[in-house]
Write a protein that binds this ligand. Structure first.
Ligand SMILES: [Zn+2]
Length: 362
């Protein structure tokens, strides 16, 4: 099967994250079993979402390709059928073509056209669920399965340039408690919105300091803060007794994330206010340093490694000690209406993946 034909089949499965992904994983396992792969399905608690591990492991495995099977929801701005691959010139339109069914199709086509039996080392393929929602699939998978591999290639869209960095992500919720009073007697109340405002000013100052620490691997080379959501108050004539604030920050070094959290705690304690805080998300950045792996991929792709500002499943592979590089076909159309991939990228991806397999598993 050609890459575009495989992609057509993958796009037909509606894997918007609230749907179950048993159809696509069944397709993957039917495709890979005759090629000599052993299939292991790793299901979530409610049995409706599956991580699939395919092992070509007669010989010691050193390499793993990984991709997520889910997509973001289609938007109303789509003018094509998102679940039917449509070809126009060099472009193939469909939901997930860039993010990241194009990458998965390229892996499958490469595997089909490579004589794995001739190689001295084995390989694995991992297909996960839930990447677009909460990255729960890969976390559940790595908790349950001890993956035998040294290197991981995450086939997300990088325009086939090797990406060795993805940022850490931390999300914090703070609930400020004030004291209600009549709007005409503000002196009798404690305004929770104003406490939140004071806190925001202090945390902005903290980030001026934090941002002095730079990591040039990333396009935005420092940690960033996003004051994302704020809600408080009810009546025009009442002093607000409650304000809830959600903020998120993206980090560029391994220890920064938790240090920033501790600094935020210190700020809150020094403010002498009533608050509740929860750290709802903590993902360390992926920063891959393995020189051998980097030089192989730079040579094959004829491109320099770089870091992207987003957070990826790569953080979890790196947390479990695997060297991960993100490398996949695409046109930077992730999450956009009328997402497409070019036929040329698919051809190039197959050439690149074939070289990666024959070099690393030789
Ligand atoms: Zn993706």
């Amino acid at each position: 099967m050609k890459t575009a034909q495989i992609l057509e089949k993958l796009v037909k499965f509606n894997t918007v994250d609230d749907k179950d992904n048993s159809g696509i994983t069944k397709f993957l396992s039917t495709f890979l079993t005759p090629l000599g792969f052993k299939i292991q399905m790793v299901k979530n608690k409610t049995n409706n979402k599956i991580n699939l591990l395919a092992k070509y492991n007669k010989k010691k495995p050193v390499l793993t390709f990984s991709g997520h099977t889910d997509t973001v929801p289609e938007t109303t701005q789509w003018t094509q059928d998102p679940f039917n691959l449509t070809s126009k010139g060099d472009k193939l339109y469909g939901l997930g073509t860039s993010d990241m069914k194009g990458g998965i199709a390229s892996i499958l086509a490469t595997i089909q056209n490579t004589n794995l039996n001739k190689l001295n080392k084995g390989l694995n393929l991992v297909f996960t669920y839930g990447e677009e929602v909460d990255l729960s699939g890969v976390q559940d998978f790595l908790k349950k399965v001890k993956l035998k591999t040294k290197y991981v290639i995450l086939a997300e869209d990088t325009g086939l340039k090797p990406r060795t960095g993805s940022k850490g992500a931390y999300a914090i919720k703070i609930e400020f408690q004030g004291k209600a009073a009549h709007g005409s007697e503000v002196n009798k109340g404690v305004n929770a919105i104003l406490i939140a405002q004071e806190f925001i000013e202090k945390v902005k100052k903290l980030f001026v300091k934090v941002q002095q620490q730079k990591n040039s691997l990333f396009a935005i080379p420092f940690s960033t803060l996003n004051i994302a959501k704020i809600a408080g108050g009810d009546l025009i004539n009442r002093v607000p007794a409650y304000c809830c604030l959600d903020l998120e920050y993206r980090t560029v070094t391994q220890i920064q994330g938790i240090r920033i959290y501790q600094e935020i705690l210190k700020i809150l304690q020094a403010m002498n206010c009533k608050f509740k805080i929860s750290l709802d998300l903590q993902i360390r950045p992926m920063i891959t340093k393995n020189k051998d792996f980097i030089s192989v991929l730079e040579k094959i792709t004829k491109a320099k490694v770089y870091g992207g500002n987003g957070t990826t499943e790569g953080s979890f592979y790196s947390k479990y000690g695997y060297d991960c590089i993100i490398l996949g076909p695409g046109s930077g159309m992730a999450h956009e209406p009328n997402e497409f991939i070019t036929k040329n990228q698919l051809i190039e991806a197959e050439q690149v993946y074939k070289k990666v397999i024959t070099t690393i598993c030789k």
